[in-house]
Design a protein around this ligand. Structure first.
Ligand code: FEO
Length: 162
């Protein structure tokens, strides 16, 4: 059985993962309007992944006899100055998500909630990858030059994501 404080914290994380999905979908739409189809595809797949993150926690709350409470999802912004700015935001957003996951782990340790601690280890590992991928793309854009005309190769590469 989950404690009330853990149930509240996990429900909050469901909301933040859904917000991440929404944010990345907004970024995908931004790239669609810029005719950067590969970037748009990468972001759309990323948005889907975030939904699976939310559902992992959602299912876990239910499995532990908790109550799922769904809050309103904050509206993401719709415009960015460049592809580089988008990925800088992805990187800083993922760093914030990592901090949220770490706070949940701290709570699980404080409450001696071993099952939640164990479930969260998947997210701890996932965040290493999430930050790594975002920061790699930030570096690639910086090398190529943060203007659309220089990013066709990267657009093609990112479009290969399945
Ligand atoms: Fe669900 Fe990108 O962290």
């Amino acid at each position: 059985m989950l404690s009330k404080s853990m149930e509240t914290a996990l429900n909050r994380q469901v909301n933040r993962e859904m917000y991440s999905a929404y944010l990345y979908l907004a970024m995908s739409a931004y790239f669609e309007t810029a005719s950067m189809k590969g970037f748009a595809k990468w972001m759309r797949i990323q948005a889907k992944e975030e939904q699976t993150h939310a559902m992992k926690i959602y299912d876990y709350i239910i499995a532990r006899g908790g109550k799922v409470t769904l809050d309103a999802i904050e509206a993401p912004k719709a415009k960015w100055a460049s592809a580089g700015k988008v990925f800088e935001e992805v990187f800083s957003h993922e760093q914030k998500v990592t901090a949220m996951i770490n706070n949940l782990v701290d709570l699980a340790i404080k409450e001696k909630d071993h099952a939640t601690f164990e479930m969260l280890q998947w997210f701890v590992k996932e965040q290493v990858e999430e930050e790594e991928h975002a920061s790699e793309i930030v570096s690639q854009i910086a090398i190529l030059g943060d203007v659309v005309g220089h990013l066709f190769w990267l657009d093609h590469q990112l479009g290969k994501r399945e």
